[in-house]
Design a protein around this ligand. Structure first.
Ligand SMILES: Cc1cc2nc3c(=O)[nH]c(=O)nc-3n(C[C@H](O)[C@H](O)[C@H](O)COP(=O)(O)O)c2cc1C
Length: 328
């Protein structure tokens, strides 16, 4: 059988497996895939929603959007263009996307490079190095986000100070809330042998000296952080035109698209979501971007310290828990 003649279900199942490497809030991986002979369907899994920090499911849906884009990247690397219907079933809000194979497009080197970035991409919570990401690289990341219909607003120095105040406020509010702490403890720390959540190995051993504080996980991890700062970091707000589930799904696609090209270009991306979780700080961010749209996530862009070992990869759930194959 030639490469092009492989059964659609096999191609779709592989794409769903590749989507498992997508980033998600607290590594909750709140998605389930259903593979049939004709299509790939993406569902939100509410059991893995952060019901305290994310009651509306904004971060859950953004996370599922990253998985959706990863699946599309995998299909494109197999030489397929896809047709994607978002939120195809008005009666089932958990049914987030229906993907079918459209045309054979041939495999481009660009598609292969993006697909390779899927296995390399990871979250690095150490401070960035003193070398800023180049304007050119940031321009490429912005264009990848724009191609998904969204935008990055790059923060000025003053706006970064506003972000720092908002991030520190959000962390204080969340860590003082017992329900938030209980939810955090459920997802964060330990070795995460079951494949979900954030292990100690990727959490800094002490809070780095940065202007904008990274998320307070309320426990020290084992990731060594050097003396670096975030002076050379660029902070950006990912934003778009609406604040509904379809917008959040697009935000996830844009986050994935931007993060994968950033990975190719050696730019480290660190999401900040506590400022999005609290309505008050989310409103502050709206003002920071002059009400031009709705903020979905803040991103720190920079270059990782090339001399020190980076964090290991965060584990993933076994595919049997996230993919169901139903073929004739
Ligand atoms: C919507 C979203 C929000 C996130 N928020 C944060 C955050 O506030 N702080 C943080 O350190 N990492 C954050 N992350 C990164 C995740 O923790 C990370 O993607 C996950 O643990 C999987 O690890 P990996 O990216 O290294 O594969 C976020 C990721 C997503 C997709």
């Amino acid at each position: 059988m030639s490469h092009a003649d492989r059964p659609a279900a096999a191609v779709l199942a592989e794409a769903a497996a590749a989507a498992g490497y997508a980033p998600s809030v607290h590594n909750t991986q709140p998605w389930r895939w259903r593979v049939t002979d004709e299509a790939l369907d993406l569902y939100a899994v509410r059991d893995r929603q952060l019901h305290v920090a994310d009651p509306e499911g904004r971060l859950l849906t953004i996370s599922c959007g990253t998985a959706l884009d990863h699946a599309e990247v995998a299909l494109s690397a197999e030489g397929w263009s896809t047709a994607v219907r978002k939120l195809p079933d008005a009666a089932d809000r958990n049914h987030l996307a229906h993907i079918t194979l459209a045309d054979r497009t041939g495999v481009t080197p660009e598609a292969m490079r993006l697909f390779q970035a899927v296995r390399v991409r990871h979250t690095d919570r150490r401070p960035v190095s003193g070398t800023p990401a180049s304007e050119e690289a940031i321009g490429v990341i912005e264009r990848a986000v724009r191609a998904k219909g969204l935008h990055l607003h790059l923060l000025t120095r003053d706006q970064t100070l506003d972000l720092a105040a908002a991030a520190s406020h959000a962390d204080k509010v969340e860590t003082n809330d017992e329900d938030q702490r209980t939810e955090l403890a459920y997802w964060i720390g330990g070795d995460r042998a079951d494949g979900a959540g954030v292990p100690d190995a990727v959490i800094p051993s002490h809070a780095p000296e940065t202007t904008v504080p990274g998320r307070d996980f309320v426990r020290a991890g084992t990731l060594t952080v050097g003396p670096g700062h975030d002076k050379a970091a660029t902070y950006a707000v990912l934003y778009g035109p609406g604040d509904e589930p379809a917008d959040w799904l697009s935000a996830g696609q844009a986050l994935s698209a931007g993060w994968l090209v950033a990975t190719e270009l050696g730019v480290s991306v660190l999401p900040f979501s506590s400022v999005i979780e609290l309505p008050g700080t989310r409103q502050t961010l709206r003002r920071v971007i002059s009400d031009v749209g709705y903020p979905y996530l803040v991103l720190r862009l920079g270059v990782a310290d090339p001399d020190a070992a980076g964090p290991p990869h965060t584990p993933r759930l076994p595919v049997a828990q996230t993919i169901e194959v139903v073929t004739a």
